[in-house]
Design a protein around this ligand. Structure first.
Ligand code: NZQ
Ligand code: ZN
Length: 390
């Protein structure tokens, strides 16, 4: 087991109606004036924003407001949020939405006390503790940003989508009501399930040997997501299925499922270039295409690890040929994502051979040196993996 540090400061409030406690819980923690940050329209249409505002008002917590976060959030709106925080003396950022809104809120919280341009943090990865505290009302289980240490933001001008890790931006409060996810379109539910499953894959496959305490937790989450996925797709109003998926989504990415391991994250890097190329590409859908392609390219580095995954998660019986078992596990992974209605090729995402070269310079800017851990990858490897995915 590798050395590690693990920080998880999030206070979770989970269950039916918990968004009504937002104001009171923020007031308990001394919040005076929050920036209420949300997305395109779903949280307004459902009445959630009104309910959250009523809760803030009832607790005497003032708010400034900034909506309009798009999926694959952009730095332009983050800069507006930073300016609002400075002008209006905001002391907490309250995100109501999914990964995109939460990531935008994190970036705002990081920039709020900084004199320069907030994009500097994405460029330099410079750490700061001077970050406004963040609260979250989660509306889609997927990215796990409600407890993760990362934010991922696009810069359209530079053609980049870049991550910024910092434990100081982990949310301090997360309100998770599974009923809020009943309204999700099937495609977003499926993309969310895919994303959380991939957060486990990124942690399971690396160059460290077995770490049983971490690996068994990880495998148990994989099995849970796989079992709950068809249930939640078939019955979008099933509270228990939604609740299991919502809590799993957090556990898949808050960090515990990878402690003591190096983790890989090559495939997330490859996917982020797809959503930078075309912000209409949903992160989970991009992963559904890229993960099996990555697996096919790298599995030879340690086929036994793949065979182990296939046995545990898909119940595949060993055939005596470990490479064949590994390939079956990869087939099962692709079929699982396809069974949710996710794409299996880049062509389905309208990404073609000629687009590959457009993504390489930004991938290089984001990743620099060889990346990944299960197998170290250079830019030519990335080209090959994109080709497999076509
Ligand atoms: O904008 P609105 O109208 O709210 O619509 C959203 C959006 O179109 C809709 N939606 C959300 N909740 C809904 C709903 N529609 C109906 N009912 C609800 N309850 O769903 C769409 C997708 O929302 P988004 O926030 O983009 O989804 P997700 O949570 O999958 O977040 C994706 C972003 O997170 C990043 C991704 O790269 C992507 O930018 N990630 C962030 C990570 C992190 N911070 O740790 C890790 C992940 O690996 C990921 O990279
Ligand atoms: Zn992800």
């Amino acid at each position: 087991m590798e050395n590690f540090e693990f920080v998880s400061p999030t206070h979770f409030v989970f269950g039916r109606g918990v968004e009504k406690q937002v104001g009171a819980k923020l007031a308990e923690r001394g919040a005076r004036r929050v920036l209420l940050h949300y997305g395109g329209q779903s949280a307004i249409a459902s009445g959630l924003i009104d309910r959250v505002k009523a809760s803030l008002d009832a607790a005497g917590v003032e708010h400034a407001e900034l909506g309009g976060v798009r999926p694959n959030p952009e730095i332009g709106l983050v800069r507006k949020g930073v300016a609002l925080c400075k002008e209006q003396d905001v002391d907490w950022v309250l995100a109501v939405g999914g990964g995109s809104v939460i990531d935008s809120a994190k970036a705002i919280a990081v920039g709020a006390h900084y004199e320069g341009d907030v994009w500097d943090f994405f460029e330099t990865k410079r750490q700061t503790n001077d970050v406004l505290p963040i609260a979250v009302v989660l509306t889609i289980p997927a990215a796990g940003s409600e407890a993760s240490k990362n934010t991922v933001v696009s810069n359209d001008e530079l053609g980049l989508k870049s991550g910024y890790p910092n434990n100081a931006q982990r949310p301090k409060l997360a309100f998770m009501n599974p009923e809020l996810t009943f309204t999700l379109p099937a495609y977003q539910t499926a993309a969310g399930l895919t994303d959380m499953f991939c957060h486990l894959l990124e942690r399971f496959f690396d160059d460290v040997g077995a770490v049983p305490v971490t690996d068994n937790l990880n495998l148990s989450l994989m099995k849970t997501v796989r079992a709950e996925a068809p249930r939640v797709m078939a019955e979008p109003d099933n509270y228990d299925a939604r609740a299991n998926v919502m809590w799993a989504g957090m556990l898949c990415h808050q960090g515990l499922a990878g402690v003591g391991r190096h983790e890989d994250w090559a495939t997330h890097g490859l996917e982020h270039e797809l959503s930078a190329l075309n912000p209409a590409i949903t992160h989970g859908a991009g992963l559904a295409v890229m993960f099996p392609a990555w697996m096919e390219y790298v599995y030879d580095a340690d086929p036994a690890r793949f065979a182990h995954y296939g046995r545990e998660v898909f119940g595949l019986a060993p055939t005596g040929d470990v490479r064949a078992d590994a390939l079956s596990a990869i087939d099962e992974t692709r079929s699982f994502f396809a069974s949710l209605g996710m794409p299996t090729t880049l062509e389905e995402l309208d990404v073609h051979e000629e687009d590959i070269e457009k993504m390489i310079p930004t991938l290089k800017a984001n990743k620099g040196k060889p990346f990944g851990s299960f197998k170290k990858l250079a830019m030519d490897d990335a080209r090959e993996i994109y080709r497999i995915a076509l």
